[in-house]
Design a protein around this ligand. Structure first.
Ligand code: ZN
Length: 60
């Protein structure tokens, strides 16, 4: 199960979608894009994962 939560996330760097899901029910947390299915960097801290997403250090 994943929950959706409004955070200050930048749009997806790949498709520009703002339809992002923060997966924080797992360890580690990560951000995923509902538009193109890309995944953001994982981090044990959800806020760090969000920060990594926003700085666009995206793993392919
Ligand atoms: Zn996307």
């Amino acid at each position: 199960m994943s929950k959706k939560k409004k955070e200050k996330l930048k749009p997806c760097p790949f498709c520009g979608s703002e339809n992002l899901t923060i997966n924080h029910d797992y360890y580690p947390s990560w951000i995923s894009c509902e538009g193109c299915g890309s995944l953001g960097p994982e981090d044990e801290d959800t806020q760090e994962a969000e920060k990594k997403w926003n700085t666009r250090i995206i793993n392919p």
